[in-house]
Each structure stands twice: as C-alpha cells, then as structure tokens.
Design a protein around this ligand. Structure first.
Ligand code: NAD
Length: 356
C-alpha cells in the first residue's frame, strides 16, 4: 500500500550525505568541496580524543579544536565557541559527536552562518534538522532557521560502534520517537510517512543484532541509516505530545534526554492511538503487533531499556507539577490533551507499568 495523500505540502533540505564504514576518512574531501580550508572541530570533553584524531587526519585544514560541548547547548558555551571560531578565522565547522556537539555546531552556525559538516556518533538525528535547542538562565528554548541546518553529514558506523549498549538502546528509542510522532503529524505527507516507516523498520530489524554484538558494523550501519531517516522527518514535520512531554520533564526536572524519550514513548503513543490508530498502524505492523503503544513497550523491554521515570530520579510528588506544566501552554496533538489523562499517563510511565 502506498502512503499517497490527495493533498499535501512537502519540503526537503539540500543536504549532502556520505555514508559507509570508514567514511570519516573522507572529511578532508568534504571540507574542500565546501571551498573551505580552516575547519573548527567541535566535541564534548569525553570525545576530545576523537576530535584530536580528526584534527590530525585533516592536517593543515584544521584551524582549531573546541572540546567543551555540553548537554542542552548553554548559550555561554556557544558564545565562547563563536568567539574562538572568529579568533582563528574558521571558515567551516566540524561537529563530531551526539546531539550535544551537533547542537554546539548549530549554535555557532546560527551566529556566524559558517557551513557545517556533522559526523554523528549517536542516533539523536539533530544533524538532519534546522532546529536549535539552547538554554539560558535555566530555560530551554528552540528555534528553527535555515542557517542552522548542517550542509554535510558523514555517517560512519565504525564511530557509533563505541556507543555503550545502554546508550545505544535509549538513543535508538529517541530516534524512533521522531518517526512515530511524524506518522500522525499535522504536516505529514507521503514522503515523511515513507521515511518514517523505513526508519522504524531499520531500527526494529537491526537493534536486536546490535545488542547481541555491538561491534556488528552491518547492524550498526542499518541503525545509523534509521537515525538519518528519523532525523530527516523531525526536520520536516512538527512533533506533538511525546516531544512536548519529554521537553517538560527534561527542562523542569533535569532528566536525561534519551532515557526520558525511551520511557515516555510507548505511553504517549498508546495515548494518541485512541484517536489515530489508523495513522499508527504502520508502526504496529513494523513491530508485528496490533497496538503500536503495547508493541513499543514490549520492544523496549526486549532491549532492556529503562522503563520507569522513578529510576531516573523523578519523585512521585513531582508528577502533579509535571502534568500542570505540560498542560499549561496548549499545543496541537491528534488527541486533545486534558490534565487527568496526562496525569494518569505520567503515573504509569513513572511506575514502569504497561501503557493503556
Ligand atoms: P549527547 O550528545 O549529550 O551524548 C551523550 C554522551 O555520550 C556525551 O558525553 C558524548 O560525548 C558521549 N558519546 C556520544 N557518542 C559516543 C560514542 N559513539 N561513543 C562513546 N561516547 C559517546 O547525547 P544525544 O542523546 O546524542 O543528544 C542529546 C541532545 O541532542 C539533547 O540536548 C537534545 O535536545 C539534542 N537534540 C536536538 C535535536 C534537534 O533537532 N535540535 C534532535 C535530537 C536531539
């Protein structure tokens, strides 16, 4: 069955993607194709060694390394990195890492319009979107701007093979969340639906193989392929309840990003399935079950994913406040979000119970 719709508006970003084991060794060629010759390489402190290896491998094309990328993209770090980029006369940015490092590259590009090459080492998918989330004075805000969209992505399965299994699982569920919500997005179109289903399929097929053998490069490649597709749809259509709820929990209670997504996803999907079971049917089908929410719950459990918000340190007393904040500013969702239903959802996610 095709995903044809009689009316739609679709948009795709002009992004160049280079994919394959060892593809990272072609980064010098990608710098040259951008017409650049002074790259600033970015990473987290934990991945500074990888950043240094890139600097060495591109030789004189590296103008500097900045290894202070931090979760939630604090504005002060972005401003410091921007100052450094200007000081060394950088003419392109290379972000090597997960969503936090990609976020720093985007924040510098937003301020300088420098072209970006992103080399992802998780499945977060930020490299494929024009969205920048940043924090200032404890508040996380997001913006969408063409300057933020990276021009080049290099996906190398060898780099993601070092991601510990627990992070691999939560990062994969985080990526699948983009595609799951894209299936019922208001702006969904035949292309975003096809990309979502293919991305979900890639994760469902490859994740058991990755968990069994984290060094399996074929399986790692298939999951990275899934991350690209799921990230691409995140850049094409708007998200709803699941992403808003994770944003609230992450921002207000400082819960870790990927773990929170992994736990909330089956519950948010089960909540919306009441209204849009037909739109979620391809997800249920990919997972071989009748209910998408139940199927995601079983899939997450089979991968030994974290299942309960209480295990992330959230207090039961905080659930009322979380429900208040998450219903304060109305947003579009396929099923109207009322406080009582959301509070019940949060209770189940907190306990690690089956979704309803
Ligand atoms: P992350 O980038 O914070 O990485 C977590 C930790 O894992 C870091 O210490 C990192 O150095 C380390 N790490 C990453 N890859 C590794 C590897 N292969 N081997 C060993 N260690 C590795 O985590 P994330 O989940 O990738 O990104 C989360 C952030 O991305 C959040 O701030 C989220 O808001 C943002 N995000 C943004 C978008 C967007 O479109 N703007 C999309 C998705 C996520």
């Amino acid at each position: 069955m095709s995903y044809f719709q009689p009316d739609f508006i679709a948009r795709s970003a002009p992004v160049r993607v280079r994919f394959g084991a060892g593809a990272r060794h072609e980064v010098a060629d990608e710098i040259a194709q951008l017409g650049a010759s002074r790259a600033l390489i970015l990473s987290t402190p934990q991945q500074s060694e990888t950043a240094m290896e890139f600097a060495e491998s591109v030789g004189r094309l590296a103008a500097g390394v900045f290894s202070r990328a931090t979760m939630h993209t604090p504005v002060d770090v972005s401003e410091e990195a921007t100052g450094y980029a200007q000081e060394i006369g950088a003419d392109c940015l290379i972000a090597v890492g997960g969503g936090s490092t990609t976020g720093l590259g985007k924040a510098v590009a937003y301020r300088t319009d420098l072209p970006q090459i992103v080399i992802p080492t998780t499945y977060a998918g930020s490299e494929a979107t024009p969205i920048l989330g940043q924090t200032e004075n404890g508040r996380k805000t997001t913006l969408t701007d063409a300057k933020v969209q990276p021009e080049v992505i290099i996906y190398d399965p060898e780099l993601v093979a070092t991601l510990p299994v627990s992070m691999t699982v939560t990062s994969a569920l985080n990526a699948m969340a983009h595609a799951a919500e894209a299936l019922y997005a208001r702006e969904r179109n035949p292309l975003s639906t096809a990309l979502s289903v293919e991305g979900l399929k890639a994760f469902v097929e490859a994740m058991p193989r990755v968990v069994a053998d984290p060094g399996d490069l074929d399986a790692r490649g298939e999951t990275l392929y899934g991350a690209w597709l799921c990230g691409t749809v995140l850049g094409q259509v708007g998200m709803a309840l699941h992403h808003k709820l994770c944003h609230t929990l992450g921002g207000t209670f400082d819960l870790p990003h990927a773990e929170t997504h992994a736990i909330v996803l089956p519950h948010a999907i089960a909540f919306n399935e009441v209204s849009v079971a037909d739109q979620l049917a391809p997800l249920a089908q990919v997972l071989g079950r009748e209910s998408a929410g139940q199927a995601l719950h079983s899939f997450a459990k089979s991968l030994d994913a974290p299942m309960a918000l209480r295990d992330l340190g959230l207090k039961e007393d905080d659930l009322d406040r979380a429900a208040d904040i998450a219903t304060q500013n109305p947003y579009w969702n396929p099923r109207p979000v009322e406080r009582a239903g959301l509070r019940a959802l949060l209770q189940r996610a907190w306990e690690g119970a089956e979704p309803q």
